[in-house]
Structures are given as C-alpha cells and as structure tokens.
Design a protein around this ligand. Sequence first.
Ligand SMILES: *Cc1c(COP(=O)(O)O)cnc(C)c1O
Length: 403
Amino acid sequence: MHNDDFLTDPQSLVIHGDLDWDNPETDDTALAPAIYPASTYSARDSAEFAEMANQPRHPRYYARYGNPTQERCERLLARLEGAEAALLMSSGMGAMSTTLFSHVRAGDHIVAQTTHYMGTAKLLTDLLPGMGVEVTLVDQRDPAAFFKATRDTTKLIVLETPSNPTLTLTDLAAIAEFARSRNITTLADNTFASPINQRPRDFGVDLVLHSATKYLGGHSDLIAGVVCGSRAAVEKIWARSIVLGTNVSPFNAFLLLRGLRTLPMRVARQSENALALGRFLEAHPAIERVHYPELESHSQHALAKRQMQHGGGVLSIELKGTPGDASGFQAAKNFVAALKLAKHAVSLGGVETLVVHAASMWEATLTPEQMQRAGIAPSLVRIAAGLENAQDLCTDMEQALRR
Ligand SMILES: *Cc1c(COP(=O)(O)O)cnc(C)c1O
C-alpha cells in the first residue's frame, strides 16, 4: 500500500501522481519540476560512484541513462497505464524500435497487424526481416488469425488499436489471454486512444506504448515516446535504450509533464468534439461514410464499448464522388483546402484540429494496391479533433463541404 493509493481519479492523478510520496526525501516543494540539463553527475566517494554505475536506471549518473525530471514524468505515465514502471524515450518510433529490438533477435518471429503506423510498418516489413526476424501480418479484426499465425519461435505480438486511418479495432482481451497461455509478450500501441479512453493493461496486455508527441504531450510542441509495463520488462528495454541512444531530453520530459496535467480534460473534450463531428458529418449529404468507434455505424461498435471509454479524438470520413470525380479524390483535396479553422497538418492530439487527405499524402510513397490494403480510400480525410468549440468546427466543415 502506497501513501497515495487514494489517487484513483485520472484528473487528480495527473496533478499529484508524479511525486514519490513514500520517499519524502525525493519530494520537492517547488510545484513545477526542475529541469536537469546535466549530462553527468559527480559521486561523493567511490562507494557512491559504484552504486551510481551499477544500479539500473540510476537517475543521477549519466544523462543517457536517465535524469530526475524524466523519472518524475515516468512515475506518472506508469500510473496512468496501470503499470509498475515506464521508460520515456526520444520519440514514439524510438520507443517502438527499442522495444522491438529488446524482444527479438535473428530467428525469432513476430505476429503483427496488416495496419500499423507507417513507421512501425516499415520496421516490421523491412528493417526486422532484413535482420533475420520473421514477421507475419494478420487482419486485426480477427483474433483467431493471431492465434493461427503463432509458431514456437513467436516472441512478440504487436497490436495497435484504434489503428490509422479507418479507426479499426483489435480485441485486446482475447489476444492477451491467448498470448499469456503461450508465454508470448504482447505490446499495444495505445497512442490513438490515450490512457483516458483505453488501458490495455486492464485487458492483460504486457507492454503499452505511446507516441507521447500526440495526446500525452498535447500541445504540438514536443517529440517523445514511452513504454509502460512490469519493472523487469521496462528494465530490459532500458538496457537496450542506453546502447541505442533513444533517451529523451530532460527539457522534453519537463514539457511532457506540463502537458500531462490537463490530459483527462483535454481528451474528454477532444472525444466529445470528434463524436459531434462524426454525428454531423454522417448526416451530411456530401459524405459517403464516417469511421469512428463510438458511432453505432462502426462495424466494431460492440468491441469499442467493451474496451474503450469513448471513441477518442480521431475520426475519418470519405467524401462522395461526383460524375467528373468518381473516386472523390479531388473533392477531398478541395475540402481540406477550403477549411478555415482546421489546419492542414500531420499529427494529432494537440489543442488545434488537424486534417490530412491521406491519398495525396501517400501518393508518392504507396502504390494504389498498397493504399487499398492500408484502408486509404481516395476520398478519405482524417480529422484529429482539437479543443475548439464543437459548433465552430461543424460550421467550418459545413462551409468547406458547400464549396
Ligand atoms: C505518431 C505515431 C507514432 C510515432 O511517434 P513519433 O513520436 O512521431 O515518433 C507511433 N504510433 C502511432 C499510432 C502514432 O500516431
């Protein structure tokens, strides 16, 4: 029992949960955490130096190994995900690559989804196979496909839910239960949902990963990533992180902690805005379909209700084609260009609403078949709702659709 186990509400937790209440010596009367820019820390004597050098994750030894600002931020992140420990890293991809490299070597096998964040997909289909790691990709909607794909050499199952860009879901409980029975580690990218809308650990997932650049930071002003899990698992990933050099900067750990103070309030508002936009757009004559887990029209709505609090801040829409533009590609391009409030930019989770037209974004990178497989319809527009007034956002979309 810890001194602050009463901190169960997320909004109270993000205000107070970074302090170590069981160890008053580490407490700080300054209400904002200090930023430690030091690259190295001195020892008072050789016994202390030996302790600094040999204790895993010592926060005052050498800054690639960690620092006190980072440690405070990690304490809060672990508790938000219901985990024992967390490791903050340089970016979401830094966290993903370090976590993958700490679980597999040549000859091992990974089961993952056909749809992942583009950087993760590149690691799974290019970098790791090039190093002798075998990867099988399966349809995330079918838990049995994960079971069937496992082999004796399977070390890791990689999940991402909801996934980009069609907000498709993966059944966390079903896959985690199976993986546990086979001693296979599960890793879930929880970036889109945030710990406010979904806690994969509650469904038995071992490791939870975030691009902290998105909802956790929340202000489009930092790049960071985090992985949460048992103390032993996080220590193992840390041992890889210090040689891969994927450490977070102390300043970004400070910014992230500042962003986290308002996470539950921000995500609640973003989820409300996304749902309001989803309902408005679903009823609009220029819209073919809306992808959003909290809408009854989503094909996995029942699963969304089982594992998510709300649908999150991201939705995607497909515009209707016209006789001269059957696929709606041009209509989507025009729509994005005509928006006044929503900004045309990649990323999500910030205070401002962002939109991207996926097909024009990937036109130079992906073949039409690859796009189809990734669920990118020519007229698909991803909307990451910000904190603006919902009616203002609907008005902006309405005027852009009227053009
Ligand atoms: C952005 C993102 C990443 C990568 O995070 P970076 O911080 O940009 O490295 C990974 N997964 C998902 C789902 C993301 O949205």
